[in-house]
Design a protein around this ligand. Structure first.
Ligand SMILES: [Zn+2]
Length: 253
């Protein structure tokens, strides 16, 4: 079965219902918009299986749906710099060579769950963790949202936590964005240093690019605590994504 069809078949809808529980609670207008966007996305991007993984419709639909939900209300092309999505069965491992007693020794040393490189037009994702992230949509952790948020941030060739802001008064918007994101980033760093419990995962304190990606995960998965505790940050993300997830019925059940 080829996925390059212009209609969203019922088998794919079942994948959305089973693999991405929040889909069942989205307003119906967003559900149909999401399905339309997935078709466009699948037409435009290529999936590659790595480390022996065979790409299936389940993989394509599950990853695309989360990537498309992120930009469902944003204008413009779907991830214009992205062409390839590389899917690994589990963590991505990099062989690292080192010299030991004059011999080259190869270790499986570095491993990570995904990354985004807009310059290469590429995103890499662990399928195992992409599934887990979609199934548990209330823990504030979502690998696919995280990596695709990086891709948005990288569209201006600069991974600095400031994506391209399409709005009527961009200068004002950039100043506001910079101020809020920097203040919130410093607030998180200080909270982490003081071992405080935070709504935004401490990994966001790494740098501003990670802060934007982690804040995006929280915006979509813990919108109510974020709106309560980080109202300005929630507002700029809500304006950027054109969404207000705190109002979705999924989070009030
Ligand atoms: Zn990251």
């Amino acid at each position: 079965m080829t996925i390059h069809k212009k209609i969203f078949i019922s088998d794919w809808e079942k994948i959305l219902e089973n693999n991405i529980p929040i889909y069942n609670f989205l307003p119906s207008s967003l559900q149909s918009k999401l399905k339309d966007l997935i078709l466009i996305f699948l037409d435009d991007k290529r999936f590659f299986g790595c480390d022996g993984l065979e790409i299936t419709d389940e993989i394509r639909i599950t990853i695309s749906a989360q990537a498309c939900l992120l930009i469902i209300n944003r204008k413009g092309k779907t991830y214009p710099l992205l062409s390839s999505i590389l899917i690994y069965p589990d963590s991505i491992n990099k062989k690292v060579e080192r010299i030991e007693n004059q011999f080259v020794v190869t270790d499986m040393r570095r491993s990570w769950l995904g990354d985004s490189n807009a310059r290469k037009g590429q995103i890499r994702i662990s399928w195992k963790h992409a599934q887990l992230g979609a199934l548990n949509w209330k823990d504030g952790q979502n690998l696919v949202l995280h990596e695709f948020a990086h891709q948005l941030d990288q569209e201006d060739s600069c991974a600095d936590g400031v994506p391209i802001l399409n709005c009527l008064n961009p200068q004002h918007a950039y100043m506001t964005w910079n101020k809020i994101i920097t203040d919130e980033y410093k607030r998180l760093q200080s909270a982490v240093e003081n071992n405080m419990v935070t709504v935004i995962d401490e990994y966001g304190a790494t740098d501003l690019a990670e802060f934007f990606a982690v804040a995006t995960e929280v915006f979509f998965e813990k919108p109510i605590p974020m709106k309560l505790n980080h109202s300005k940050l929630y507002k700029i993300l809500s304006d950027f994504y054109g969404l207000d997830p705190a109002e979705w019925s999924y989070f009030s059940q």
